[in-house]
Design a protein around this ligand. Structure first.
Ligand code: PMP
Length: 433
């Protein structure tokens, strides 16, 4: 329409009032104003396949979600101190999704808040301050969650600027980490045992160990078998609690498992969730054991004005209904499996693909200049993402070297869309970028 700002105008406007740290995708991003299922549209009428959006897990603009949220807004939205049914039902439903003894829910508004609260729960329960976390991970931006986030892709000074209560173990990355062979899992556990042991000896025993069950920030690299089992054992021996950050990997995305920790065969003491839970509506939760929650209630303060509001609970319930009714977890198995096979096939033709990581609809295509040295193809990855945008696909780099195409589309991805992605990547790799 005449007078309608262009993509560039909006970008300039964005820069005038919004803090520079609230980044956007691409140097010259299209102006995205509409979404539908796994697609996004810009103002010029171009449609893109959205391969990065793990927040819009049930798809963009889902009519059931819009209707449920609208209905609840029409009836009531308020803080969570009032006695309404939605919060009771939603907390019960979440608790029922988790194994015993994880039966007590705190509702918040984001993943960062959930991780922060998880740290406070563990610190209060153990009467300790220290936390053990994994190098190269991201857990959020709040004071506590930022302290345990060491991804240098987000913050180049991450490892050098940790507060003294944070202890980092090696990134258990079997593709490019320090240990890669058959015994890598055991050696990463050994490293974690050493770090925990040193913390205990120096009078700083850990309150908690925090880890994602699939290495999200590195592009979905699975943890080596037995890793969480081994580290959980060491942490518990030292009197600490185990926190699984399921903000990215939980909620059905991995396909065969609803929760990431299940594929490692462990049960955490505290689980943090967000993102997919609200399909973009600000929603997060911490689920823990009753005794951990009670210790906190007796000794700490928590109240979130919007956390667990009627609208948030209606949204959370509807997202779970849709995941179930539309078989989205099963779709992560079938469509994710199909996509993975297509990408693996592509890897046989293109040596730049060093590995295809991940499972379900959480995949990563790691691009390298040399399959022996694993030199990261960082500039190539950025250029490939730019070219894919021109060809109608939104995909972004991740990992500490920004050389992994992160693939975490809405869970309603179809086989046709998976093929479109694989074909477009094939075309880009074949014709150049
Ligand atoms: N934990 C993990 C594993 C995450 O990936 C993120 C977000 N990228 C967070 C926590 C923080 O979540 P939020 O952005 O909702 O605060």
């Amino acid at each position: 329409a005449p007078g309608e700002p262009t993509s560039r105008n909006v970008l300039d406007l964005r820069r005038t009032a919004l803090a520079g740290v609230q980044e956007h995708y691409y140097d010259d991003p299209p102006r995205i104003e509409r979404g539908w299922r796994q697609h996004l549209s810009d103002l010029d009428g171009r449609t893109y396949l959205d391969m990065v959006n793990n927040v819009a897990s049930i798809g963009h603009a889902h009519p059931r979600l819009t209707a449920a949220a609208g209905r609840q807004w029409d009836l009531l939205n308020t803080n969570s101190r009032f006695n309404y049914r939605a919060v009771a039902d939603f907390a019960r439903r979440l608790a029922d999704l988790l194994p015993d003894p994880l039966d007590t829910v705190f509702l918040v508004n984001s993943g960062s808040e959930a991780v922060d609260l998880a740290l406070r729960l563990a610190q209060t329960f153990t009467r300790r301050q220290d936390v053990v976390c994994v190098a190269e991970a991201y857990h959020g931006w709040t004071m506590g969650s930022d302290a345990i986030s060491t991804s240098v892709a987000d913050n180049p000074n991450a490892l050098a600027t940790r507060p003294p209560w944070v202890h980092t173990v090696l990134a258990p990355n079997t593709f490019r980490g320090r240990f890669r062979g058959e015994d890598a899992g055991a050696r990463y556990v050994e490293d974690a045992r050493r770090v925990i042991g040193e913390a205990v000896r120096s009078g700083r025993p850990p309150a908690a160990f925090v880890c994602e069950a699939l290495y999200g920030n590195a592009g979905g690299v699975p943890l080596p078998d037995g890793y969480l089992r081994g580290v959980y054992e060491a942490v518990r021996e030292a009197g600490g609690l185990c926190v699984a950050d399921e903000v990215q990997v939980g909620y059905g995305r991995l396909g065969h498992h609803f929760w990431g920790f299940e594929q490692q065969g462990v049960t955490p003491d505290i689980v943090t969730i967000a993102k997919a839970m609200g399909n973009g509506h600000p929603l997060g939760a911490v689920i823990t054991r009753r005794d951990v929650a009670e210790e906190f209630s007796a000794n700490g303060y928590f109240f979130s004005s919007a956390g667990g509001s009627p609208v948030s609970c209606a949204v959370g319930m509807t997202v779970l209904d849709v995941i179930e009714d539309e078989g989205l977890q099963e779709n992560a198995v079938t469509t994710g499996g199909h996509l993975r096979r297509r990408l693996e096939k592509l890897a046989t033709d293109h040596p730049i693909i060093g590995a295809v990581h991940g499972m379900g609809l959480y995949l990563g295509v790691e691009l390298v200049r040399d399959r022996d040295t694993l030199e990261p193809a960082t500039e190539e990855t950025a250029a490939i993402c730019e070219r894919m945008l021109e060809l109608g696909v939104i995909v972004q780099p991740t990992g500490d070297h920004l050389n992994v195409l992160k693939i975490k589309p809405p869970l309603c991805l179809t086989a046709e869309s998976a093929d479109f992605f694989a074909d477009t990547l094939a075309r880009t790799l074949r014709d150049g970028w």
